[in-house]
Design a binder for this molecule. Structure first.
Ligand code: 6GU
Length: 225
């Protein structure tokens, strides 16, 4: 997979991709993440990427030209399956959407900022809009990093067998069961006996029961979308 992220604040996207699973996925060539600074596509004297809103008020608005120029250059190089605008009024991210997007070859994520982008970007350049939840962030960068993480970890080979995405919370419409590690007893707080039994079938049954119980208690309605 190739993931191109367009932003006017590229520094915000440095650390999420330079550590742990997302770094390893790139090192293993399972994903190529390229962050583009929209300022370098600006043709104005001061390389601006925003301007005042027509009609007044509303704060600064991201201009269409740097975004269009950057997307055009990328589209000349390959075909993109989705060009996604990160926006709090977009479609809500969930595991099902992450699964769908993880199957695509090339994706563009556009990070919004200020009071948003010129509406013509949304009308003519974007194929989809995604939000990561019903709250407002200062910009789309952190949201893009969240979306990218949720997608990249699903690409075959990114996770090892032990960390397989198949056992994640949400993947089967259930939250994950509790986990424990050594010591088996700490301050008198004990690990459930069944986990120490070595009886695999019983352990699996216990975990499944715990998942069902937890889902019912914490997230009733999960997976019923
Ligand atoms: Cl994608 N962008 C911003 N600015 N805020 C958000 C968001 C996106 N998703 C939730 N809040």
């Amino acid at each position: 997979m190739r993931l191109d992220i367009l932003t006017c604040l590229p520094k915000l996207l440095e650390s999420p991709f330079s550590d742990s699973i997302l770094k390893r996925a790139q090192d293993k060539k399972l994903v190529e993440v390229v962050v583009h600074d929209l300022r370098s596509y600006s043709t104005t004297k001061h390389r601006t990427t925003d301007d005042y809103a027509f009609g007044g008020g509303a704060g600064m608005v991201m201009t269409i030209e740097p975004i269009d120029r950057c997307i055009s250059v990328l589209k000349e190089q390959r075909t993109y399956h989705e060009i996604i605008y990160m926006s709090p009024d977009g479609e809500l991210l969930n595991q099902s959407l992450a699964n769908q997007l993880s199957l695509k070859e090339n994706l563009i994520l556009l990070c919004g900022h200020y009071k948003g982008v010129d509406e013509r970007v949304r009308e003519h350049l974007i194929t989809r809009e995604v939000s990561i939840g019903d709250y407002v962030l200062s910009g789309g960068e952190l949201a893009a990093a969240v979306l990218a993480d949720s997608i990249i970890r699903l690409i075959p080979g990114v996770l090892s067998d032990e960390t397989s995405a198949l056992t994640d919370s949400f993947q089967d419409g259930l939250v994950a069961p509790p986990v424990y590690t050594r010591p088996a007893e700490y301050k008198g707080w004990k690990v459930p006996e069944v986990l120490l039994s070595g009886h695999e079938a019983k352990i699996n049954e216990w975990r499944h029961d715990q998942s069902l119980e937890r889902t019912k208690k914490r997230r009733p309605g999960l997976g019923m979308v």
